[in-house]
Design a protein around this ligand. Structure first.
Ligand SMILES: [Zn+2]
Ligand SMILES: [Zn+2]
Length: 326
């Protein structure tokens, strides 16, 4: 099968011709129909995350059709499934036992510890695959598998904020903005300074305001979510939320957070991160995505253009999500 392989961190992905993997007990073999490109893939390629076992096929926003199953899997060939970042958990550590499998000490992540979806086929543990709402086509569904899921978890962590700030308006934010608008909330979008396209994209999705991230918020926010991997935005977001407000960091990696005066945290403001996802998040979010008027903005590229897709994501030249199609 054709695949784009991360041979070592810091180098471009390499086109490779590899054997089709075979499903073991409890696993499914999927023919990949679409795989969205996530900022986490960029962090992996750049060597910014621990745990990568290279060579590795990246990609953890996978939509595919069941081709074959291992022992103990009751799925029919042709069934459409999504494969998210959370690929396996131990079920036995303190976190798993407490219902926090997203924090599992020995979790395996798709496209990091196991091969992912930048390929024609992928094998996954069927217990961690997710159903895909029928009204999304394959490419439109792909960003739901991480941008949507992490966005959903971050939105939940932000609490019932009526005025919500989003820092970084990429794939996750464009989904969260729609969910928040559907709830009747006001969304304030903070984009890269000078990125008029992103600001207009945010306004087109119903945001109340869109402006550069180095400007003050036009109103006091109840909560803010940081999707941009820029540590300097943490004090900016704390300054933008009211007393008791919450700032949620949703990225897996961030540049160093600069020192800031305690006054920004004072007043019972809180700062937290969200990490990974649980299967409960997956089930709840896919259920929601099937019911609310959510549209994902996607641009498809051939699998062989994976390096171009990553370069465009790095430069911020994406509206919504880029999706690789084998
Ligand atoms: Zn565990
Ligand atoms: Zn991701």
């Amino acid at each position: 099968m054709r695949a784009m392989l991360l041979v070592r961190a810091g180098a471009p992905l390499e086109a490779a011709d590899l054997p089709v993997p075979q499903p073991g007990p409890g696993e499914v073999l999927l023919r990949v129909r679409a795989c969205a490109v996530c900022r986490t893939d960029l962090h992996l390629v750049d060597g910014e995350l621990p745990g990568l076992l290279a060579p590795r096929i990246p990609g953890h926003e996978i939509v595919g059709d069941v081709v074959a199953t291992g022992a103990g899997v009751g799925l029919a060939p042709g069934a459409r499934l999504g494969v998210p970042w959370l690929g396996w958990t131990c079920g036995q550590c303190d976190y798993c036992r407490a219902g926090c499998e997203n924090l599992c000490d020995s979790a395996r992540f798709t496209g990091c510890h196991t091969d992912g979806g930048y390929a024609e086929y992928v094998v996954a543990d069927h217990r961690y695959c997710l159903p895909i709402p029928a009204r999304f086509n394959d490419a439109e569904a792909a960003p739901l598998l991480c941008a949507g899921l992490i966005g959903y978890r971050a939105l939940s962590a932000a609490g019932p904020a009526r005025r919500l700030g989003l820092y970084g308006f990429g794939a996750a934010a464009h989904i969260v903005a729609q969910l928040a608008r559907h709830d009747g909330r006001e969304v304030y979008a903070f984009v890269r300074p000078g990125d008029e396209q992103a600001a207009n994209f945010a306004l087109g999705l119903g945001c109340a305001w869109a402006g550069p991230s180095d400007h003050a918020a036009p109103v006091a926010l109840d909560a803010a979510i940081l999707f941009a991997p820029v540590g300097a935005l943490v004090p900016a977001a704390l300054a933008a939320v009211r007393k008791g407000g919450r700032v949620v960091c949703a990225g897996i990696h961030m540049s160093e957070i600069p020192a800031f005066p305690y006054a920004l945290l004072w007043g019972e403001r809180s700062l937290c991160s969200v990490a990974n996802l649980s299967r409960r998040d997956g089930a709840d979010f896919m259920n929601l995505a099937g019911q609310v008027p959510l549209h994902t903005a996607v641009e498809t590229l051939p699998l062989a253009s994976a390096n171009e897709a990553l370069a465009r994501l790095r430069r911020g030249e994406v509206q919504g999500a880029l999706v690789l199609v084998p």
